[in-house]
Design a protein around this ligand. Structure first.
Ligand code: AHZ
Length: 300
């Protein structure tokens, strides 16, 4: 008799589902449906690497899943559900700085008119006139994240860093950003301690960089534009001025080099605009504008 493959041996037939539900007993008799360790590994490997294979060519790559990157992903994915949108986030936890409002305080301030986005995604707030306050920044971020992740056209690869840009040169010597170079973040952080650990690539006609202002990895694409000769020098983020900063970020959101859109606070390092501190309306507005820019490029 041919040996029974373990996956077949332990796969639960549909008819057994009812039986497994009966095992859910909270009086001390709770048991789980049987499983082989290899099934768990294969369940993850198969899906993750199939996704990597499929997303090696994406329509849009968003670098950074902070408030700007996630707002952009939400608007783009709902407006254009046919697009393959791939988000690359260096941290294990997506959300960037949007788990807290400011300093270590939890309430999040959003200036009008960006409060419209809160109604769209169903986040409650208190109205203070010119601005609204969400009781916890994590309520905004977790709601937005869950909606973005539930969209069939969006893939998020976290713990993965963009460590370079793909820049192609055409026959007229014009340069165009054509994709991103990725690596597991733990690898990207250890290039100094190991011999060469080559990366992977994702190509896409539009890259949206939302890596935040300068920090361990922040303003990544803006800095790379300088070293690649596509930008003379960084503008460097100026001091805090809420009234100047927020409109400057939203209105300045654009394709800064062919194929590359900057959004969120990364733009302040590129343009030399002010920081706004703990008000998040500009991140929402800039993310939505970046989505519009991406559609404009793709449709041309
Ligand atoms: O981990 C970073 C964070 O989640 C991620 N990131 C940075 N470099 C990356 C790289 N590859 C992949 N090379 C990378 N991911 O990008 C995310 C940036 O999120 P953020 O919250 O830092 O930026 P944001 O522009 O979305 O929001 C900024 C919020 C701020 S900062 C600020 C101030 O300092 O005044 N005010 C506001 C509202």
């Amino acid at each position: 008799m041919a040996p029974v493959a373990t996956s077949e041996k332990y796969a639960a037939p549909a008819s057994d589902v009812q039986k497994y539900n009966i095992l859910e007993d909270y009086q001390g008799g709770y048991r789980f449906a049987p499983i082989e360790e290899a099934q768990v590994s294969r369940a993850m490997i198969k899906r993750y690497f199939n996704t990597m294979y499929e997303r090696a060519v994406s329509d849009v790559v968003i670098v950074g899943a902070g408030s700007a990157g996630l707002s952009c992903a939400y608007h783009l994915a709902t407006t254009r559900p046919e697009l393959k949108i791939t988000i690359i986030e260096a941290s294990v936890a997506p959300g960037g700085g949007a788990w807290l409002g400011g300093q270590l305080m939890t309430p999040m301030v959003i200036r009008k008119p960006a409060d419209r986005f809160l109604r769209e995604i169903g986040v409650k707030y208190e109205d203070e006139g010119a601005f609204v306050v969400v009781k916890h920044a994590a309520l905004f971020t977790s709601t937005l994240l869950s909606k973005v992740l539930a969209m069939p056209n969006v893939v998020l690869m976290n713990a993965t860093a963009v460590e370079d840009l793909i820049i192609h040169t055409d026959f007229e010597d014009k340069q165009r950003v054509a994709g991103v170079v990725t690596n597991w973040t733990l690898v990207a952080l250890n290039h100094d301690t190991q011999s060469c650990m080559d990366p992977n690539t994702i190509t896409a006609p539009v890259i949206i960089s939302a890596t935040g202002h300068d920090g361990p990895m922040g303003a990544f694409s803006a800095k790379r534009l300088v070293s690649a000769g596509l930008l003379k020098e960084l503008g460097n983020m100026r001091g805090l001025d809420m009234n100047r900063a927020e409109p400057a970020i939203v209105n300045g959101t654009r394709e800064v080099a062919p194929g590359l859109i900057l959004t969120g606070m990364e733009l302040s390092e590129h343009d030399g605009s002010n920081r706004m501190g703990p008000t998040f309306g500009a991140m929402i507005g800039s993310g939505i504008k970046a989505a519009h820019e991406a559609i404009r490029i793709l449709d041309n």
